[in-house]
Design a protein around this ligand. Structure first.
Ligand SMILES: [Zn+2]
Ligand SMILES: [Zn+2]
Length: 360
């Protein structure tokens, strides 16, 4: 397209720009400058005499309103699937009525990504609850899982939370499958007799199949211990090694080159027990950690504890629900996977056996 652009600049503080396209369509944009020269090339000599000129843009035609809805929806879908944080998307809803209506349409909300739904605990409100619910109603698995976790653990609405997590799990959402497995293993939200180990193993197996590393590790431990499944030490060991290998592979993608060649030589050549940098927690786990760190004691309940794995954030739903470290007894974990991860990253150097003799 042979587009001609010509600019006429008059220094009565107004600039007229004329675009001539191949279709001979012409529009006029009059601009009054407020601060600094506009992007167009302006005679520097003359600009010097303009002190803080005013900017005002007037379009003779509203091109946004002439865009078809399909095109605007396409842009909004792209934005909701790539937003880095909730305000990246939410702010555009306040721009105009049209963007507000189209932005809240189900096709856009169903595409919302994990980061866009990452509500912070300190910003939790009725409206953020409503927004997550709106996204979950479109079948968005991330929204179902995030809201499910918040309802189950923070708002103590166990039934609704579990059914939202189940909705995400049906859509093969790996963290939802794994979280439901932990609920089954612990009998969370119920009594000790509500534990369903076989259901936990089945959910874990499904989560591991869709690539969840913690689930794979959990499954390995279950097989080694015969917990909810027939004991098979060799197969369990194979799963544990596979989990370590996948963890290393995921780290290789994101770690800085210096990490690979750290002290003691190349880390890839070390045993599988090497300390890999901890993975970025899911926003739902981050929410839980923030929520309970702000309100410890009030919301968790007396005698209840948080999982000691720092990026997990899950609380007990009844006393003594979580397993304790059998050596020191000072830490407790929602799952074997959390225990194994925390052991590698932190607890290995802190754990000391309780000296019963010192008590007497
Ligand atoms: Zn945990
Ligand atoms: Zn310990």
């Amino acid at each position: 397209m042979n587009t001609q652009v010509s600019a006429h600049i008059s220094f009565g503080h107004s600039i007229s720009i004329y675009y001539k396209g191949s279709n001979e369509e012409e529009f006029d944009c009059r601009m009054r400058t407020r601060r600094g020269p506009p992007d167009l090339c302006i005679d520097d000599e003359r600009y010097r005499f303009l002190k803080r000129p005013k900017v005002q843009v007037e379009f003779s035609r509203d091109f946004f309103n002439s865009l078809p809805d399909d095109l605007v929806l396409c842009v909004l879908c792209k934005l909701s699937s790539t937003a880095g944080c909730p305000p990246d998307f939410i702010n555009i809803l306040f721009t105009c009525k049209r963007l507000n209506i189209l932005g809240l349409s189900s096709i856009v909300l169903s595409k919302a990504c994990r980061e866009m739904l990452a509500v912070k605990a300190k910003n939790w409100s009725e409206s953020s609850h409503r927004f997550l619910k709106l996204c979950a109603d479109t079948g968005n698995a991330e929204a179902c899982y995030t809201l499910g976790m918040i309802q189950f653990y923070c708002l103590q609405n166990r039934g609704s939370g579990a059914s939202l997590m189940a909705k995400a799990a049906i859509a093969s959402h790996a963290p939802a499958l794994y979280s439901l497995a932990v609920v089954q293993f612990n009998g969370s939200g119920g009594t000790k007799s509500d534990k369903d180990l076989r259901a936990g193993v089945a959910l874990c197996a499904r989560a591991a199949f869709v690539g969840h590393i913690d689930a794979l590790r959990e499954l390995g431990h279950c097989l080694q211990d015969g917990y909810g499944v027939k004991k098979n030490v060799a197969e369990g060991r194979r799963f544990l090694i596979q989990a370590n290998a996948r963890e290393l592979a995921s780290v290789l993608v994101t770690c800085p080159p210096s990490w690979l060649a750290g002290e003691g030589g190349c880390r890839l050549l070390s045993d599988f027990g090497c300390n890999v940098p901890s993975a970025e927690p899911h926003p739902a786990n981050r929410f839980l950690s923030e929520w309970f760190s702000d309100r410890t004691g009030n919301v968790i309940g007396p005698g209840l504890r948080l999982c000691s794995q720092s990026i997990c954030g899950k609380p007990e739903t009844r006393r003594h629900e979580f397993r304790r470290c059998s050596v020191c007894g000072a830490v407790n974990y929602c799952s074997r996977a959390c225990q194994a991860l925390d052991w590698k990253l932190r607890h290995k150097v802190e754990c000391t056996a309780v000296d019963n003799g010192a008590l007497f």
